[in-house]
Design a binder for this molecule. Structure first.
Ligand code: AP5
Ligand code: MG
Length: 211
């Protein structure tokens, strides 16, 4: 299965991607994670990406498309994968059509009023786990590995505003793009708990696999 996870910042793409990857044994490819790793390691790609991710704007298409095209050519992508955060505009979607044959675009739809709180309250661990401050009861360590929690540099209100408006103007039109290709599957109650959202996603994916 080759899946795209579509949704606004904070919709729960990363949260659901870990669960989907575990259950369906799919490779999880997150362009945001790739950029953050490159920034941390001080690579050339990281140097280019930093000013864009810090301000909530899209990293230039030529950089992003090349990274994804290369990653999909690795052997481990042959068994199926899930793209989290790519494509993010029409040009990227058109490029992806040239080097991949996507089966499903899963759109996680969440009421916009929830997104700012979800994102600004997020705390991350280097192991990949994420939390919301409201559930941490003041703890600053990861319950899974004991690592120190931190806030993503782009999870601050001003940058989140830009990320949300970038989503609306550039990414949301992809819903129609994949609808017109007959590949769009919407998770309409993305406001539910992560478990509830995952149940909906499994129903969609199981139906696809059994049809
Ligand atoms: P990226 O890392 O992709 O960030 P994003 O799309 O803004 O999405 P988030 O990771 O913030 O949200 P998410 O949907 O994954 O939600 P999560 O599950 O974490 O991109 C970062 C930057 O990289 C971009 O701004 C851009 O600069 C650059 N970039 C990346 N891809 C690019 C591309 N293709 N082209 C150009 N540039 C690109 O959940 C969020 C929070 O909500 C967490 O605290 C979580 O615990 C909580 N939560 C999740 N689900 C639920 C639920 N059901 N109920 C309650 N809380 C929930
Ligand atoms: Mg994410």
């Amino acid at each position: 299965m080759k899946i795209i996870l579509l949704g606004a910042p904070g919709a729960g793409k990363g949260t659901q991607a870990s669960r989907i990857a575990g259950k369906y044994k799919l490779l999880h490819i997150s362009t945001g994670d790739i950029f953050r790793a490159n920034i941390k390691n001080g690579t050339e790609i990281g140097k280019i990406a930093k000013s864009y991710t810090d301000s909530g704007r899209l990293v230039p298409d030529e950089v992003t498309c090349e990274i994804v095209k290369d990653r999909l050519s690795w052997k481990d992508a042959g068994q199926g994968y899930m793209l989290d955060g790519f494509p993010r505009n029409l040009f990227q979607a058109q490029q992806l059509d040239k080097f991949a044959d996507i089966d499903i675009c899963l759109n996680i739809d969440v009421d916009e009023s929830l997104l700012m709180d979800r994102i600004c309250g997020r705390r991350m661990c280097a192991c990949g786990e994420s939390y919301h401050v409201s559930t941490l009861q003041g703890s600053e360590t990861c319950a899974k590995c004991g690592g120190k929690l931190y806030q993503r540099p782009d999870d601050v209100p001003e940058t989140v505003k830009t990320r949300l408006s970038t989503y609306k103007s550039q990414t949301a039109p992809l819903i129609e793009y994949y609808k017109s290709q007959g590949k769009l599957y919407s998770v309409t109650s993305g406001e539910g708990s992560p478990d509830d959202v995952f149940v909906q996603i499994c129903a969609i994916l199981d139906k696809f696999l059994n049809d």
